[in-house]
Design a binder for this molecule. Structure first.
Ligand SMILES: *Cc1c(COP(=O)(O)O)cnc(C)c1O
Length: 455
């Protein structure tokens, strides 16, 4: 029950909106923050308060909240052709052009693109594509999907099954046949005395062992985020992808890169797989794809999967799958502009230019007694709160340290939601150096306040 007056925005939000991924005690206590607009990397609430959004919305508003070129592209497309589908041999001109562009900027020599409305749907679609291939290629038992603990692949029944987080047990998930390997987080998962190279070798050996135990011909695919995002910004241990990809290749298991966060610049290159120097068999894209200005996801198939899916579809004359708004012309027009803005209007350059300053800021925060580790790549980073630095012991759950940090940040005018006990920063790519300083100053003050209470 809210303590806010019945006609307040806070009470009205409570009355008829069912919250997802929201800490209900916090909302009951502090009220929902109801936002009206944004400017650059800032958002403004109904009371006129401004917040620097250190998470660029949900990782996706990389060009800020009022980018004039993106707004103009959306308006122009609404004026021209405000909606269409991509079924029955029809699609908009914008859809054709976006697929050409995605193929061109992909790491593949040839590519084909399938559109969805979200990252979850794109992962679901990829799994259905792999299952479709298994049937069509006479291997109907080839259905298991490998991912990692702490991975985040979305919330639909399949994407949630791929996600390696304990909260999905409340839904009776994962579904059968979704297998979660060890999270390649050296700081947390490395054993005493184990070098990073030995750790990576152990991850590869685990993959070999799981494939041997399950049977290579029962496994349809391996999905991985180049840097785990919602798991708490976890870059892989050194050499991880170089160690696992040959094993997958040897067993004919496709490697799918879930680049929903890392795609289009977050790690300082167009793709996270570029940053980590591997070429997957397909890429899942969403979030930055439209710079957050339209809900859209895409499966980008490399040549091998594209050819095999084409053959399997031709055999039954169609691929029986698609969403009403797949390839929406307004979304495609926005994505075309967003890709141009990120790649050609200096946003990736700014990510690269800001990365040293960003890393310095994270490293300074990690000097605190209650920060166990900082980690990151490009403009995605995290610091991990711990009760004890040497033993890496987390704070007791009952202290709600994550929520305290989030709320202390909000009080400072900074939006920055912790994930687990890690505090995640993933600002917009348009950030200036002074806004970067402001972000770290606010986070510093918030953390000092919280650690003074619970440390
Ligand atoms: C956000 C996210 C998804 C899910 O995307 P939605 O659009 O929320 O369905 C999938 N994979 C990764 C890596 C993500 O970060």
């Amino acid at each position: 029950m809210t303590k806010h007056p019945a006609n307040s925005w806070e009470a009205r939000a409570d009355a008829h909106s069912f919250y997802g991924f929201t800490d209900l005690p916090t909302v009951a206590d502090r009220g929902t923050i109801v936002l009206t607009h944004g400017k650059g990397p800032y958002v403004y609430d109904v009371h006129g308060r401004s917040y620097l959004d250190g998470n660029s919305g949900l990782w996706n508003m990389v060009a800020g909240f009022d980018h004039p070129g993106l707004i103009a592209a959306a308006k122009a497309q609404y004026d021209t052709f405000p909606g269409y589908h991509a079924f029955f041999g029809r699609m908009s001109d914008q859809t054709v052009m976006l697929s050409e562009k995605l193929a061109e900027v992909s790491p593949f020599e040839r590519a084909k693109v399938f559109y969805t409305n979200s990252g979850s749907e794109a992962n679901d679609t990829m799994v259905k594509m792999l299952w479709f291939l298994s049937g069509a290629e006479g291997k109907p038992q080839r259905r298991k999907i490998l991912t990692r603990k702490n991975a985040y692949h979305g919330v639909t029944a399949v994407a949630a099954s791929m996600t390696g987080k304990p909260y999905n047990s409340v839904f009776g998930l994962p579904l059968d046949g979704f297998i979660h390997l060890t999270c390649p987080h050296y700081w947390r998962e490395g054993r005493d005395g184990e070098s990073e190279a030995e750790f990576t070798a152990r991850m590869a050996q685990e993959l070999e062992d799981v494939i041997a135990a399950e049977g290579a011909d029962t496994i349809a695919g391996f999905f991985a985020e180049p840097v785990m995002g919602a798991g708490g910004v976890i870059p892989p241990s050194a050499g991880y992808f170089q160690a696992i990809q040959p094993i997958l290749k040897k067993h004919g298991i496709p490697l799918i890169a879930d680049e929903v966060i890392t795609g289009f610049g977050r790690t300082g290159n167009t793709w996270g797989c570029e940053t980590y120097d591997f070429v997957p068999d397909a890429i899942i894209s969403s979030k930055n794809l439209t710079a957050g200005f339209f809900p859209m996801g895409a499966v980008i198939l490399g040549p091998d999967l594209a050819d095999r899916l084409q053959a399997a579809s031709e055999a039954i004359e169609e691929f029986p799958h698609g969403f009403t708004a797949s390839g929406h012309p307004v979304g495609c027009a926005i994505a075309l502009k967003a890709i141009d803005v990120v790649m050609n209007e200096g946003l990736i350059d700014n990510v690269q230019a800001l990365t040293p300053l960003f890393e310095e800021g994270l490293a300074r925060i990690a000097e605190k007694a209650n920060i166990g580790e900082w980690r990151g790549k490009g403009l995605m980073g995290a610091v991990e709160a711990v009760k004890d630095k040497d033993s890496k012991t987390p704070f007791d759950g009952s202290l709600s340290v994550s929520e305290r940090i989030a709320n202390a940040c909000t009080d400072q005018g900074l939006i920055c939601r912790p994930l687990g006990q890690a505090v995640v920063l993933c600002p917009a790519f348009i950030l200036t150096e002074s806004q970067m300083d402001e972000m770290f100053d606010k986070l510093n003050r918030a953390l000092d306040g919280v650690f003074a209470e619970v440390g």
